[in-house]
Design a protein around this ligand. Structure first.
Ligand code: HEC
Length: 124
């Protein structure tokens, strides 16, 4: 590998790690959550709606909120909802969990997802 391809690789790695670790703004993320709120409650006592309750979702095992009828794709995914997994799921639900039943195409904007996840981190 020559110097040019090495430095290109370093640049690429820097871009990837910046987007993965970008710290979001939770206050902005509360606004992004409007797109989820039709289906998801964000309060401890809010129960389930069309989708499972998202209070305390960060750190939770996928498909385990009591009383919600999940797809088998979700319950058998084995995912723990870390920030990174949430980022991948919200970017493209059908890619991370093929066959899951969340009727949502995803949010392609990296900053909006980072803000939203910073907000989800506050729901505890
Ligand atoms: C139109 C309704 C709808 C919208 C809008 C929606 N969801 Fe969902 N969501 C669902 C359903 C239904 C499921 C259950 C999927 C399954 O069981 O396969 C789900 C599951 C999830 C899960 C997995 C939770 C768990 O307990 O494992 C997360 C995380 C999630 N949604 C986040 C979001 C976020 C963040 C948004 C907004 C960007 C959003 N959803 C928008 C309906 C929706």
């Amino acid at each position: 590998m020559n110097f040019r391809s090495l430095s290109m690789l370093a640049t690429f790695a820097a871009i990837v790690s910046t987007s993965a670790l970008a710290a979001g703004n939770a206050a902005n993320g509360a606004g992004v959550f409007d797109r989820c709120a039709i289906c998801h409650s964000n309060t401890k006592t809010g129960g389930n709606k069309i989708g499972p309750n998202l209070f305390g979702v960060v750190g939770r095992k996928a498909g385990t909120y009591p009383g919600f009828s999940y797809s088998s794709a979700m319950t058998s995914s084995g995912i723990i909802w870390t920030d990174a997994k949430l980022d991948a799921y919200i970017a493209s639900p059908a890619t991370l969990v093929p066959g899951n039943k969340m009727p949502f195409a995803g949010i392609t904007n990296n900053n909006q997802r980072a803000d939203l996840i910073a907000y989800l981190d506050t729901l505890k």
